[in-house]
Design a protein around this ligand. Structure first.
Ligand code: MN
Length: 439
């Protein structure tokens, strides 16, 4: 587990004033990575690091020699158009880069003059999916979500007996993962209401979001290898926000016996910024299953995982309807939650994924599953918030919603706060559904 070092010092300030206001997601203690270019341009994408309201272009940093990285592999990786090469280098290289960035961006740095020429205003940027994602897996790590949704799909048998033993997941589809700003057409498919004799075909009527976190894999593993729980996070580059859009009516008809298929593969929206595990070090929490629950099997347990396997990350999901946009009303919060509610830690999910010998590759994405908390206000999908569509939500402007309608935008944000540490954030994942295509 990564320990605190000089890059986390709460008194560190940047020569970029907007990084120091205590409210920004991107103080000098964060330094997350994205891939960006000037919005609307056909410029080559570059890796960037967020600092206040600016983005530091790492290709420019490498080309100007503004930072002494002393490592050709890092220099080559940060000139790339994707994060995969940097992801493959491992925690020691990421830490070297973080320290150099921190030193260059802090007040009094001799590199200020050179680094200034590598800055780009964040509000003029557009992003792309920051890495090639070879494989995508979605877990189901909130026991509250699993219980709530299980009760809707199987009232007599909500939580299946394997849940408290296995980090449950399914292999998803990476081709349809987009980045914040994504707009996608409402999916079509087969649905069947319980009282209908036969299924019908058409646009999804029960479109939902799922507030999740994404885990980005760093160095891969060889086929046949298993990663021990205490080494699992050595294979994790960082985390992002993730909206796993879901078509509940399609899901209800197709999900047995093999699990989600077309209900989940039409779009997923990640945040552009990847916050590294090193940046998250001040926000670790202890982790335990309730004493009355089955305790994790040996390969999923360690002293380190119990001591600091959890993460305290505040999450918020908001809606902005087409009408709200036209009347310039800000997005409205539907639910808040926290990654600390996860029934399985990041390390347990990674370890379980490899225990049978499945290999990982740099850039693989594992999502946590809908991160609902114990309270009704912490339900992180419409199907939970509206009790399966039976209890509509009334928005401040008088509109109501059971599920997501055409023109609606869903915004997910996340941040970490703790006494003695500087607040850091994840930026946002913003996604919008439009009408289904006719053909
Ligand atoms: Mn999901």
């Amino acid at each position: 587990m990564l320990s605190l070092n000089e890059t986390h010092a709460p008194n560190l300030k940047s020569w970029i004033a907007t990084a120091n206001d205590g409210k920004t997601d991107f103080p000098i203690q964060n330094l997350p990575f994205a891939v960006f270019r000037r919005a609307g341009s056909s410029d080559q994408f570059a890796i960037g690091v967020a600092i206040g309201d600016q983005i530091l272009n790492l290709r420019k940093v490498a080309n100007t020699g503004a930072l002494d990285l002393g490592d050709q592999n890092i220099l080559s990786a940060i000139k790339s158009e994707k994060l995969n090469e940097l992801m493959s280098l491992g925690a020691k290289s990421w830490s070297t880069l973080r320290k150099a960035l921190s030193q260059g961006l802090r007040e009094g740095s001799a590199a200020e003059g050179q680094l200034k020429s590598c800055l780009f205003p964040m509000d003029e940027a557009e992003y792309t999916v920051p890495c090639t994602i070879p494989d995508y897996t979605d877990f189901y790590a909130s026991v509250y979500h699993a219980t709530n949704i299980g009760a809707l799909f199987r009232p007599d048998n909500p939580l299946l007996p394997n849940y408290k033993w296995i980090p449950i997941g399914y292999h998803g589809r990476s081709s349809s993962i987009g980045v914040s700003g994504q707009t996608f057409p409402r999916p079509k498919g087969q649905t069947k209401t319980p009282d209908a004799e036969t299924p019908s075909f058409g646009p999804c009527k029960r479109l939902d979001f799922e507030l999740e976190m994404g885990i980005l894999v760093g160095p891969g593993t060889e086929l046949g290898d298993s990663v021990s729980i205490d080494q699992a996070e050595e294979h994790v580059f960082g985390m992002c926000l993730f909206n796993d859009w879901s078509a509940r009516d399609i899901q209800a008809w197709e999900y047995q016996p093999l699990g989600p298929f077309l209900a989940k593969n039409f779009a997923s929206t990640m945040s552009p910024w990847i916050v590294t595990m090193e940046a998250l070090a001040p926000y670790r929490t202890s982790f335990a299953h309730p004493a009355d629950d089955p305790q994790p099997m040996e390969y999923l347990a360690s002293e380190q995982n119990s001591k600091s396997g959890g993460l305290d990350i505040n999450l918020d999901v908001l809606i902005q309807t087409e009408k709200m946009k036209s009347e310039e009303q800000a997005p409205h919060s539907l639910a808040t939650s926290n990654m600390k509610y996860s029934y399985w830690t990041v390390a347990q999910m990674v370890t379980h994924h490899t225990v049978g010998g499945c290999n990982l590759n740099p850039g693989d994405l594992m999502a946590t599953g809908t991160m609902s908390g114990p309270d009704a206000t912490e339900a992180c999908a419409m199907i939970e918030l509206t009790k399966g569509g039976k209890e509509p939500i009334t928005l401040p402007n008088g509109e109501s919603r059971t599920f997501i309608e055409d023109g609606d935008t869903i915004v997910i944000t996340g941040h970490c706060e703790r006494e003695g540490a500087v607040r850091i954030g994840f930026g946002s994942s913003v996604g919008t559904v439009i009408a289904a295509r006719n053909s």
